[in-house]
Design a protein around this ligand. Sequence first.
Ligand SMILES: [Zn+2]
Ligand SMILES: [Zn+2]
Length: 138
Amino acid sequence: MTEITHLEGEHMETKKKRLDNDRLERIVAEARRKQQQREQGYREQALKIYPWICARCGREFEGKKVRELTVHHKDHNHDNNPADGSNWELLCLYCHDNEHSRYLDEEYYEEGSADGEEEAASTYRPFADLEDLLKDKE
Ligand SMILES: [Zn+2]
Ligand SMILES: [Zn+2]
Protein backbone atom coordinates (compact mmCIF):
# COMPACT_ATOMS: atom_id res chain seq x y z
CA MET A 1 0.00 0.00 0.00
CA THR A 2 2.70 2.42 0.95
CA GLU A 3 4.42 1.54 -2.31
CA ILE A 4 1.39 2.56 -4.40
CA THR A 5 0.90 5.78 -2.51
CA HIS A 6 4.52 6.58 -3.07
CA LEU A 7 4.24 5.99 -6.84
CA GLU A 8 1.12 8.06 -7.09
CA GLY A 9 2.82 10.82 -5.26
CA GLU A 10 5.71 10.70 -7.66
CA HIS A 11 3.45 10.68 -10.68
CA MET A 12 1.60 13.72 -9.46
CA GLU A 13 4.86 15.45 -8.78
CA THR A 14 5.96 14.96 -12.41
CA LYS A 15 2.65 16.15 -13.71
CA LYS A 16 2.73 19.20 -11.53
CA LYS A 17 6.25 20.04 -12.71
CA ARG A 18 5.17 19.87 -16.33
CA LEU A 19 2.27 22.16 -15.62
CA ASP A 20 4.58 24.56 -13.86
CA ASN A 21 6.84 24.63 -16.88
CA ASP A 22 3.94 25.31 -19.22
CA ARG A 23 2.76 28.02 -16.93
CA LEU A 24 6.23 29.46 -16.69
CA GLU A 25 6.60 29.52 -20.45
CA ARG A 26 3.29 31.26 -20.81
CA ILE A 27 4.16 33.80 -18.14
CA VAL A 28 7.53 34.52 -19.68
CA ALA A 29 6.11 34.73 -23.20
CA GLU A 30 3.38 37.05 -22.00
CA ALA A 31 5.79 39.20 -20.02
CA ARG A 32 8.14 39.37 -22.98
CA ARG A 33 5.32 40.42 -25.26
CA LYS A 34 4.25 43.14 -22.88
CA GLN A 35 7.80 44.32 -22.46
CA GLN A 36 8.21 44.56 -26.22
CA GLN A 37 4.98 46.51 -26.52
CA ARG A 38 6.08 48.81 -23.76
CA GLU A 39 9.48 49.34 -25.36
CA GLN A 40 7.87 50.03 -28.70
CA GLY A 41 5.64 52.46 -26.84
CA TYR A 42 8.33 54.53 -25.20
CA ARG A 43 10.49 54.44 -28.27
CA GLU A 44 7.69 55.89 -30.34
CA GLN A 45 7.04 58.46 -27.66
CA ALA A 46 10.68 59.45 -27.44
CA LEU A 47 10.92 59.77 -31.22
CA LYS A 48 7.91 62.07 -31.15
CA ILE A 49 9.27 64.29 -28.41
CA TYR A 50 12.89 64.58 -29.44
CA PRO A 51 14.54 65.50 -32.71
CA TRP A 52 16.14 62.49 -34.36
CA ILE A 53 19.62 63.43 -33.33
CA CYS A 54 22.06 61.50 -31.18
CA ALA A 55 22.45 63.39 -27.92
CA ARG A 56 26.14 62.50 -27.78
CA CYS A 57 27.68 62.74 -31.23
CA GLY A 58 25.00 64.90 -32.83
CA ARG A 59 24.50 62.58 -35.77
CA GLU A 60 21.15 63.17 -37.48
CA PHE A 61 18.83 60.41 -38.51
CA GLU A 62 15.95 60.25 -40.92
CA GLY A 63 13.73 57.69 -42.57
CA LYS A 64 14.84 54.10 -42.10
CA LYS A 65 18.07 55.21 -40.47
CA VAL A 66 16.12 56.04 -37.36
CA ARG A 67 16.40 52.36 -36.48
CA GLU A 68 19.96 53.12 -35.42
CA LEU A 69 18.71 55.62 -32.92
CA THR A 70 17.95 54.04 -29.56
CA VAL A 71 16.29 55.19 -26.40
CA HIS A 72 18.58 55.42 -23.43
CA HIS A 73 17.28 55.76 -19.90
CA LYS A 74 19.22 58.38 -18.04
CA ASP A 75 18.76 56.68 -14.69
CA HIS A 76 19.24 53.25 -16.28
CA ASN A 77 15.83 52.22 -15.09
CA HIS A 78 13.77 51.25 -18.10
CA ASP A 79 10.69 51.05 -15.93
CA ASN A 80 10.96 54.76 -15.35
CA ASN A 81 9.20 56.22 -18.38
CA PRO A 82 7.71 59.61 -17.56
CA ALA A 83 5.49 60.89 -20.37
CA ASP A 84 7.47 64.11 -20.69
CA GLY A 85 10.49 62.08 -21.74
CA SER A 86 12.69 63.46 -18.98
CA ASN A 87 14.30 60.08 -18.40
CA TRP A 88 14.99 59.43 -22.08
CA GLU A 89 17.84 60.30 -24.30
CA LEU A 90 18.12 59.41 -27.95
CA LEU A 91 21.50 57.87 -28.66
CA CYS A 92 22.89 56.26 -31.77
CA LEU A 93 23.89 52.60 -31.41
CA TYR A 94 27.56 53.50 -31.01
CA CYS A 95 27.10 56.14 -28.37
CA HIS A 96 24.59 53.99 -26.57
CA ASP A 97 27.11 51.20 -26.57
CA ASN A 98 29.76 53.51 -25.16
CA GLU A 99 27.39 54.78 -22.56
CA HIS A 100 26.72 51.28 -21.34
CA SER A 101 30.15 49.79 -21.68
CA ARG A 102 30.87 51.69 -18.48
CA TYR A 103 28.12 49.87 -16.66
CA LEU A 104 27.60 46.61 -18.50
CA ASP A 105 24.16 46.31 -17.06
CA GLU A 106 21.38 44.34 -18.64
CA GLU A 107 19.37 47.37 -19.57
CA TYR A 108 21.25 47.99 -22.78
CA TYR A 109 20.52 44.57 -24.16
CA GLU A 110 16.84 45.01 -23.57
CA GLU A 111 16.81 48.35 -25.29
CA GLY A 112 19.08 47.22 -28.07
CA SER A 113 16.75 44.47 -29.15
CA ALA A 114 13.62 46.58 -28.93
CA ASP A 115 13.25 46.66 -32.68
CA GLY A 116 15.43 43.73 -33.61
CA GLU A 117 13.13 40.85 -32.94
CA GLU A 118 15.25 38.37 -34.87
CA GLU A 119 17.95 38.54 -32.21
CA ALA A 120 15.43 38.10 -29.47
CA ALA A 121 15.99 34.42 -28.79
CA SER A 122 19.68 34.47 -28.04
CA THR A 123 20.40 37.82 -26.42
CA TYR A 124 17.07 39.09 -25.26
CA ARG A 125 16.64 37.68 -21.78
CA PRO A 126 15.17 40.39 -19.61
CA PHE A 127 13.25 37.81 -17.66
CA ALA A 128 16.10 35.65 -16.58
CA ASP A 129 15.49 36.97 -13.11
CA LEU A 130 11.84 36.09 -13.28
CA GLU A 131 12.68 32.57 -14.35
CA ASP A 132 15.06 32.19 -11.47
CA LEU A 133 12.46 33.58 -9.17
CA LEU A 134 9.88 31.06 -10.28
CA LYS A 135 12.37 28.22 -10.23
CA ASP A 136 13.19 28.94 -6.63
CA LYS A 137 9.58 28.34 -5.77
CA GLU A 138 9.77 24.69 -6.72
ZN1 LIG B 1 25.98 59.01 -31.33
ZN1 LIG C 1 20.62 52.92 -22.23
